[in-house]
Design a protein around this ligand. Sequence first.
Ligand code: GLN
Length: 543
Amino acid sequence: MKKLIFVTGGVCSSLGKGVTASSIGALMEARGLIVRMVKIDPYLNVDAGTMSPYQHGEVYVTDDGAETDLDLGNYGRFTHSPLSKANSITTGQVYQAVINKEREGRYLGRTVQVIPHITDEIKARILAPGKDPDVDVTIVEVGGTVGDMESIPFLEAARQLIHEFGRQNAVTVHVTLIPAVSGGELKTKPSQHAVKELQEVGIQPDALVLRAAQPVEEGMRRKLSGFTNVEFEGIISAHDVRPTIYEIPLLFQDQGLDTFLLKKMGVESRHADLRAWKEVVRKLKEPKATVRIGVVGKYMDLEDSYKSVWEALYHGGIANEAAVKIVKIDSSRLEAAAGEPAPDYDAVLGEVDGILVPGGYGQRGTNGMVAAARWARERKVPYFGICLGLQIMVIETSRNLLGWADADSSEFNPDSGHPVVSLLEEQVDVKSYGGTQRLGKSESVLKESSLIRSIYGSERILERHRHRYEVSNAYRAELEKAGLKIAALTPDGSLVECMEWAGHPWGLGVQFHPEFKSGPLNPGPLFRSFIGACLAGRGQAEK
Ligand code: GLN
């Protein structure tokens, strides 16, 4: 019998349900089980693709081009669950599917209702990724907070599935908060209420994961057990761990969460093998060096806007046994205000060992990114451009080496005389914004004797894309002559995938997003190499 683990959240949002679900996934895999991960987002957007980072944090992209919640990125970093459109369920998708079926007449004249039609659609979607015969357990993270109006149909679907599967096959882990009041005393009351709220919708949690700043002591866990009908062994302290979230599977394992859940579900499994995770944590806790990376972009005040980029940089650190300190630099700080002198770039950038310009949209701040790219090129400081960061390299070379002062992306200036970055041909007639960019996995062919080829060690690679604009083919020859070399193309040669600065120790931009495939156990090759180059050139910036 296949198993289901639901992960729900109480008290408030942002408690780390995603990392909890992912860590449980990692523990199940360490026990030899085959895991699938599913995220439910109770909003009406069909996917996260049209949402601003200010609303939602990063948009994570899967191989098949789904634009999803950033928790899928956590699933990808912690587990081997394949991730695709099927692993991300939103209210928008569910209603769209049900309404389409209604229009097609597939409900045979019946009144279409939330129960059973919406809940049946949700149940089918929850079970779909686990259908493969070899899958042992599907972990379903129910986004939002129990008690939110939006979550009700999803929790009802979960309740029905628990009933149908039996509680020996479907367990629930409820993540709640243990706040500290002034004076530092920890309080269980919000968690007691959060459990009651879950019980009100007919779900008895089997385990509680208690988020707290400090360890939640045994007495307090016993008290909660008494109030909530959750066995004491199932009450887990998820106190803050530093410096890394990759310690959380170990924290849960120390408290026996995996053993407890497996016992509940009657699963026999082998002994947990967590050597790889222990090694990751060791490298992060005992780094041999420190490297400072300046990330120059918009949305720098938001923790989650480039979640996969931050994590991939840390993975590059793991690969080099180095601590990575990320210095977030708002690119508008590198732009001169009207009538003002140019900013002191050395003062802003001089303290970092390498610069990364991540993906982004819209004109704001792009001139500051161009200034950062120029500074890195001239100072021979490692520069890594991702998607927009590649386009910025092209604009920088065009303006400063080819002398085309008006060179720009047609995204930022539709009237530029030198549109060196322009709309992809397939995008010209696109009218709607949802899910219409160049999205998902596709192949790049790496040129012999390029830096990128030596980094990946193979001629062909598969990475994920998310963009509408592209290096204009009309300017390829001039850009190459100016020293910005084409290092990778699509197999048909029609699109530029990577460019590199000639005669620079490490200056490279890619049109794809390598951060989405990087993990602590398998650091992305470009991040490994970039951090290595930054370490090798440390102090260069000051010279
Ligand atoms: N805005 C650029 C484009 O659409 C870059 C996108 C990105 O960085 N993801 O092509």
